[in-house]
Design a protein around this ligand. Sequence first.
Ligand SMILES: [Zn+2]
Ligand SMILES: [Zn+2]
Length: 377
Amino acid sequence: MSHENAIHEPLYKRINWVNSLFLILTPILVFIFLPLHLIYEGLDWRLIALFAFYSVATSLSITGGYHRLFSHRSYEARLPLKLFYLIFGAASLQGSALKWSCDHRRHHKHVDNEEDPYNIGRGFFYAHMGWIFFKDDPKYLKQGGADLKADKWVMLQDKYYFPILLVVAFLIPALFGLAIGQPWGGLLFGCLARVLITHHSTFFINSLCHMWGSQPYGDKTTARDSFILALLTYGEGYHNFHHRFQADYRNGIRWYHWDPTKWLIQVSSIFGLTKNLRKVSDFEILKARLLADEKKLSQFGYYNERFQEVRQKIEESQKKIAQFKARYLEAKADFNVHKDEAIRQMKIEIKIAKIEFEAALEQWQIMCNAQLAFARV
Ligand SMILES: [Zn+2]
Ligand SMILES: [Zn+2]
């Protein structure tokens, strides 16, 4: 069936009934049964713990596993972590890792156009969840993901996706509830309410992350950076950076950026569970940022020699830091150098170059913010 035929099929034939019923029924069931449960059974801390564990495990399996590992290959994971991602990824009820990753790769490749599965151009609701109500065009089911199709664990999860989710998402929470005398409570907290929250947290990445926030790395795509959305999405809210540098395992690049997915990957590397964490160089990131600023300034006719001078200062001091660092490492390795004095001198040179760099960068930011704030008035 061609794409055109699929598009011109009657609407009811294109609806994915299983997905649609689930997406519609979950909030209805939660909004009816959660208050009833709280009134008649009260709030049991063991059910809150179940909810918290399942929320964190399934959300990180999507962001750290489905997204940064399987879709982008931004690092490598050992089998125990990979299996954790595949098991709890299935329990997040967002499809198999294979299907999810193929859709996501298509999103990056065709972002904001017709081939983008969650194209924000079709509106908030469509990008958020509307697209899930419809069946995929069959042509996409066979396309791409050769590396994933060669991974037996990914393929096993794809094959046994429904049995895994029935056991992990439904049966285990119900049994846990049974063990504490509240089987329906187990299902409500460990599955329904948890799925409702984690679904919409992921959906925000496709909707609001393409609508709200800043675009420090360029406006070629609709993707935006937002700290608030990062809080709601386990760090995926730095989406403008992510669309610019999708191979980087981080989304929030500064240490203080809220990105629990990045922290999980980093901590796992200490225990040998992850390796080869891919990182774009600071040099490349800054280059992209300056270029984006330049473009914004040029649009308003503010980019002049003064900005060029500061930009030159930034680049020169950045090069100086790299050169001094290389010389410092060489000297440290060379036993003939009179270490103490030479190394002390080099450390001072590096420090001065860093101060020059930071001062130039701050000057750039102040000038840039002042000009653009003026332009917005
Ligand atoms: Zn996106
Ligand atoms: Zn991505």
